[in-house]
Ligand binder design. Sequence first.
Ligand SMILES: [Zn+2]
Length: 335
Amino acid sequence: MIFRRKLTQTLSIFAISTTLVLTACSTNPVSGKKDFSLISKDQEVQMGKQAHQDVLKKQRPYNNTRLQSYVSSIGQQLASKSHRSNIRYTFTVLDDPSVNAFALPGGYVYVTTGLMAYLNSEGELAGVLGHEIGHVTARHGVQQASAGMATSLLVDLIAKKAGSNSKILTQLNSAMLSGYGRKHELEADRLGAEYLAGVGYSPNNMIDVIGVLKAQEVYASRQKGSSGGSYHGVFSSHPSNDQRLQEVVGAAKNIKSAGTRPANRDAYLKQINGLTFRISKDKTGRIVVGNIKTVGLTFEQLAGKSVLNADQLRLLNGRYPDGRLKQGELIKIVK
Ligand SMILES: [Zn+2]
């Protein structure tokens, strides 16, 4: 969220400072309809390329080629089934403890180690990547940047005519921008579910991943002094109770290949074994994946082997607030 605001500013400034070519309308790859967008496809790809360099200046990619290519291969499969398979996609795991994922216009998708630690299957990872690809295919970033440019032009124009009432106009400008949030997130969820189904995963993985994020929010709000607010934090109720979300994700179940491929929980956990994990501000540990051998073992007992407490372990394994351990399953702890 914070990132997006900065990005919009960067893009607006970038686009204005280069060429203000008014391409006016271009076709949206998702809807097939004409979009009000001031940015052409070539400009978009160019903007993305430049912004990608900026991201890599500020944030380090995670130093593990095996994990990078694992994430990339899943991302590429999803992108090939998307509405915009004609652009080149780049997937990058960032070495960043915050729980986040984002996309730049032109096909640049990022997921943090912080978020990957909390995911519990390949299907959930695909859900995150599919959602971000959805932002790219529906040109949300471009539309937002365009809206910023357009309204600031509008503000200039009206302010000259209407005198000095620019305060109201500035508010109107920011209202227009922030108004996109819920609508675009829901559309990205719909598209993500579609792409998930396209490569064979169940669209339910999209609901699961939003559940993981919702649990983060609930946990954070129960901790003293923490305000919560996470990546994709736009749901007031739990995702399983959100009717619009259920509808848009449910539609993807009609796609023939939906659910023909398992979520691959164990394969994913093995991939993230050893992943870096921030325990506290100045302490870093690693994810250790192991088998539950003892019958009836509790998260409280498991916490004795980890630096995390029982609730933090539940959260890490997608079992917060009251999930249990099953004998024989793989589970994550942090050491
Ligand atoms: Zn999003």
